[in-house]
Write a protein that binds this ligand. Sequence first.
Ligand code: PLP
Length: 395
Amino acid sequence: MENYSRSLSRLTGESTLLYQEIARNVERTKGIKTINFGIGQPDLPTPKRIREEAKSALDKGFTAYTPALGLDELRSRVAEFLSQRYGDNIVKDEVAITPGAKTALFLAFLTYVNPGDEVILFDPSFYSYAEVVNLLGGKPVYVPIRFDSDRGFYVDVNDVVSRISSKTKMIVYNNPHNPTGMNFDPKLSEELVKISRERNIILLSDEIYDYFVYEGRFKSVLEEEWRNNVIYVNGFSKTFSMTGWRLGYIVARKEVIGKIGILASNIYTCPTSFAQKGALASFDAFDEVKEMIDLFRRRRDVMFSELSKVKDIKVYKSSGAFYMFPDFSSILRNTGLDSKGLAIKLIEDSGVITIPGEVFPERVGTNFLRLSFALGEEKIKEGVERMKIALEKLA
Ligand code: PLP
């Protein structure tokens, strides 16, 4: 028997990637062309000026290690950009560049979570938070995201407060939110910063979808008094269609960034050198970002109107990110399937890939499937139509 670590045994291995794997099998064995609503990345190419900058860096031989926390010029540019956007005076020493936002999150958990510490997570939330907390011996404590047909998905701050105990080390906040597609009420950002500061709890805020906002005002925690206890995570993956480049960043006070630097130098040495040079050009690529967001807004509208025609599902028009999170409870009840079973059945019967709510990872998600609208309008229409036919057959 293999003698793996106890930490590893605490991982479920659940991830959104599993359903892509099932789909590949269906394509191979049944010859069905799949439509991928499971995807968590924009389908557009990285803007040209970013690619050109990285290519030029490569050609100039910019291929050696960089500092562990990333290139000074990129850290400064991120600090300057966020300061302008949020009216703060963030400095280079408060920024760390990381290989993707996921690594940034991992480092943030590693910096703070001890075995036995409680970490408050929204239910549902991005699957990786709970996995890493468990890996480190921490304990996820869930706050259910509530639903109201007028307000959509929302978090009642009293639910957060009632879950705080003497063991609470961290609250994880993700806005706009994966998987519900909510751009939460600005008050939530304000209240979470306030509560965590007053209770001396770390607030880890993942704002990776901050440009994908279709309704309402987006409120960053960096607009609040954040320095005391906030760790902010963002990245280039979604905004600039750079998922494979692996570049994200952390903002925290200088001492915390120092600790991140120690971890970074031991784990990955530095983020990729020429990718960082490319990222420097991203700050001139906001015209492309705006075009992408306009496109995504149209796609969201198409997906919402198509899903609204499907019998027995309840769908709320998302206000952020690029996900729709419809409620399939009536279909689940009638068929006796759970959300995982339904997602697999849909792949097998219609070639449509969705992500079951259970992956996100607790109870609230069990009635839902997550559908991404990061794909062309024709595909969105065809995919929902195929899904509708498959669901009718199941009924
Ligand atoms: N945070 C959330 C909420 C996400 O949905 C994702 C990716 O799907 C990430 C972080 C990871 O981003 P990155 O590709 O930069 O690691």
